[in-house]
Structure formats: C-alpha cells, structure tokens
Design a protein around this ligand. Structure first.
Ligand code: SF4
Ligand code: MG
Length: 283
C-alpha cells in the first residue's frame, strides 16, 4: 500500500517561502495516502497561477492546463476513466474569474471530482493584482485607490449552484485540511473545497494572523448540522464566509457519470466483454 512518500517527487516547488500552497500540497499527498490510493489511481489537474504548479509537485498523473480550464479537463478525465480519483486545483483568479462558468456548471453537474481552490484573495503569479476574492477597498497596482467591488462569496455561490459537498479550510490547519480533502475524495459527487492560502509576498492584509483572528471553526460550533442546507447558508452569511470545516454534504444525489447511459455498469460490462446486446442479455 502506498504511503505519503509515494506521492512525493523530487521537484522542488518554487513557491515563495511561507506561501500557503505548501500545506495544500502536503495535505493532498497525505489525504491520497490515507484513503488508500496508489499514485497511478490519482489524476491532478491544475489551472494557471502560482497554485497551478501543484500538478507537477505530486507524484500522480498530472495535467497543467490553461487558465481557468482545470475543470473541463478534470471532467473529461473522469468521464474517460471512471476508476481514476480526479482532483482539480487552482487559485481564486483561475476558478472565480476566467473559470467561473466552469466552476458553477461542474458544481451543479455533480461529477465525482474534488476541486480545491487555493484562495489567496489576489493574483500572485502576475505580481499582485486585485482578484474576485479581494475585499472592498483592497489596494493593489490594479486598484491603487482601493477596490470599489465587493468580494465574491464562493461558498454561497457553491450552495446556490446545488453543491453536494462544500468545505472550507485554512492552510495553517493541516489536520483539518487533510481530513476535508479525504472526505472530499470519498464523497461520490463534486466536492468543493475552498482553502485560505495566504500569499505572503503580495497580500499584506489577509495574512496568517488576520485569518487566525477572524476564522470561525465549525468544530467549535455546537449543534451545527452539515446536512442542513439552510443552516449552512445562514452560517456562511453570519460569519461573512470566514468559517472553516465541513459546511454542507448531501450524500443522496447520484453523481453525473453514473447517470450517463453509456457509462452504466452493464454498458461497460458489454463493452469489456466485446459481445452484442442480444448475447449479453442471454447470459
Ligand atoms: Fe505564494 Fe504569493 Fe509567492 Fe505566489 S507570489 S508563490 S501565491 S507567496
Ligand atoms: Mg489568487
């Protein structure tokens, strides 16, 4: 059985020292080992951005796609090989700006992949511009007088789009993050996991200390019920989206690939046996 070491390769990440993305890489590797995968049973697809490099830093099948397009590639991969555990990852610019259309439709489609957004509330790779997740008043080179737009609330969007698994974590909380990725990989449907991943080089507002002061951990919220969608939406709004933990899960919806006629077990069996439908029916 594969261990954490088997998901490591010898490529040294070129993220800045202290970048939150390191912990997300480690959490994915730990989760993959702990759910019992072998490296050849995992496919990691990423978009463009500092976070997009992650597909090269994990010993598994990897595909570094184009900007905002990790989800179309990941969905194609899952449809082509249902046996593969597919994980897509990218930044908030990648998933919530250029790729937002794909994000919403992949969520409502409920195809069985895990999607991790490495949310640093800025564009890091291009040296610090305001992103859809930057707060009102946020100053960067692209908004020198402060952003006049409101930040997107990805958890509200995911729930409204019909997500069957919504979670959020913080890159400093490796234990929680690993457990949520594990749960996402086991969930039979689309798993949306937003992760606060501080950009230590360009985002001087949403720092590790800022998150530590502002995050509300659902593990410390008694009577929270992640199967209650209304409670989930209320809690997101009450905390201004700064909650962490498993926010919502619905295990009763069949995942997309299991509803596609040509992908049903019996159809695949016929294909593998290479016999006609009539012959199959006689078996
Ligand atoms: Fe991480 Fe920011 Fe450096 Fe990119 S620029 S590697 S997001 S710290
Ligand atoms: Mg970003």
């Amino acid at each position: 059985m594969a261990t954490l070491k088997d998901f490591r390769n010898n490529i040294k990440p070129n993220w800045c020292p202290g970048c939150g993305d390191f912990s997300i890489q480690a959490a994915i590797q730990r989760a993959a080992a702990s759910v019992g995968l072998e490296p050849e049973q995992l496919g990691v697809v990423s978009g463009i951005g500092c976070s997009g490099r992650i597909s090269g830093y994990i010993n598994a099948y990897g595909f570094h796609g184009v900007h905002g397009r990790s989800l179309p590639i990941a969905q194609g991969l899952k449809m082509a090989n249902r046996e593969l555990t597919v994980l897509a990852a990218g930044g908030d610019g990648d998933g919530f700006a250029i790729g937002m259309g794909h994000t919403v439709h992949a969520i409502r489609r409920n195809i069985d992949i895990t999607y991790i957004v490495m949310d640093n509330q800025i564009y890091g790779l291009t040296k610090g511009q305001t992103s859809p997740r930057s707060s009102e008043g946020f100053k960067t080179k692209s908004t020198p007088a402060g952003s006049i737009e409101s930040a997107l609330s990805p958890l509200e969007v995911a729930l409204a789009a019909g997500a069957t698994f919504v979670a959020q974590s913080f890159s400093s909380n490796l234990k929680q993050l690993t457990a949520l990725i594990e749960a996402g990989m086991k969930h039979k449907g689309f798993s949306f996991i937003n992760v606060f991943s501080p950009c230590v080089t360009f985002n001087k507002v949403n720092t590790y200390d800022w998150f530590k002061e502002n995050i509300v951990d659902l593990e410390e919220t008694p009577d929270y019920d992640p199967s209650n969608r209304v409670m989930a939406m209320t809690k997101i709004m009450e905390t201004n989206g700064l909650l962490t933990g498993l926010i919502y899960q619905n295990t009763s919806k069949t995942s997309y690939e299991n509803l596609v006629p040509g992908f049903k077990e019996e159809a695949l069996a016929k294909q593998n046996l290479k016999i006609s439908e009539q012959e199959f029916d006689k078996l």
